[in-house]
Design a protein around this ligand. Structure first.
Ligand SMILES: O=P(O)(O)OP(=O)(O)OP(=O)(O)OC[C@H]1O[C@@H](n2cnc3c(O)ncnc32)[C@H](O)[C@@H]1O
Ligand SMILES: [Mg+2]
Length: 213
């Protein structure tokens, strides 16, 4: 599978994800394009029950519309005390059009609600996991490659850090004594669900004889 020249199209409108894909691919000489470069394309309805289903929906819809290989990312936060929620609903946890801060407030509200009668000084509220599924779809062959990554951590009641996006300020990494939002882009890529999925995808591509998407 090869890209269109030196361009990699990523089917995302999330500027935080886009920054991370640019950070990963631009050193390889690829220019990353996103849905902001194709405003004529309609939004893809993400009604799948799994990250993999939604990632494929995005890569296939955009790949078929453009006639070019497309990479898509579906990701989210699975919180153990909430039985895995918000999961595939992470982007719209606080409702359609929710901002990152709306979603973070909703998450803290739900977890604080569960804590009644417990030690309220404890900032670590629940174990949690970020999950990312990548789907690379080539409309010329109909072939899809997928890869997954995850990272374990804790939800903290004490948000910290200005980096990253989404739930990063609430996602505490005990091994680093930092939240995901306190990491540099390079550090986040080394640890994160998205970085792990990207490394797995690169390995699959290399095994197929292509070095990059
Ligand atoms: O579908 P696209 O356009 O790619 O953008 P999106 O923001 O809607 O992305 P998803 O549908 O995959 O929803 C994932 C949500 O999970 C959260 N999330 C995913 N990866 C994250 C990360 O690295 N750090 C923090 N939050 C993340 C964040 O709230 C995202 O909006
Ligand atoms: Mg989305």
């Amino acid at each position: 599978m090869s890209s269109a020249g030196d361009i990699l199209i990523v089917a995302t409108k999330n500027k935080g994800k886009l920054r991370e894909f640019q950070h990963a691919f631009e050193p390889l000489g690829l220019t990353v394009k996103s849905m902001y470069d194709y405003p004529e394309l309609p939004d893809v309805v993400e009604d799948g029950e799994t990250f993999a289903a939604n990632a494929f929906k995005k890569s296939k819809a955009v790949g078929d519309a453009l006639g070019l290989p497309v990479l898509a990312d579906d990701s989210g936060l699975c919180v153990d005390a909430l039985d895995g929620r918000p999961g595939v609903y992470s982007a719209r946890y606080a409702g359609e059009g929710a901002t990152d801060s709306d979603n973070n407030l909703k998450l803290l509200g739900e977890l604080e609600g569960l804590k009644q009668g417990e030690d309220t000084d404890q900032p670590l509220l629940s174990t949690a996991r970020f999950v990312c599924t990548l789907s690379l779809y080539d409309p010329s062959t109909g072939q899809e490659l997928t890869a997954e990554g995850s990272v374990d951590g804790w939800i903290t009641s004490e948000p910290s850090g200005a980096g990253g996006f989404g739930y990063d300020p609430l996602f505490y990494l005990p091994g680093h004594e930092k939240t995901m939002a306190e990491l540099t882009l390079t550090e986040k890529q080394g640890i994160s669900h998205r970085g792990a999925a990207l490394r797995a995808l690169t390995e699959k591509l290399a095994a197929q004889g292509g070095v990059r998407p």
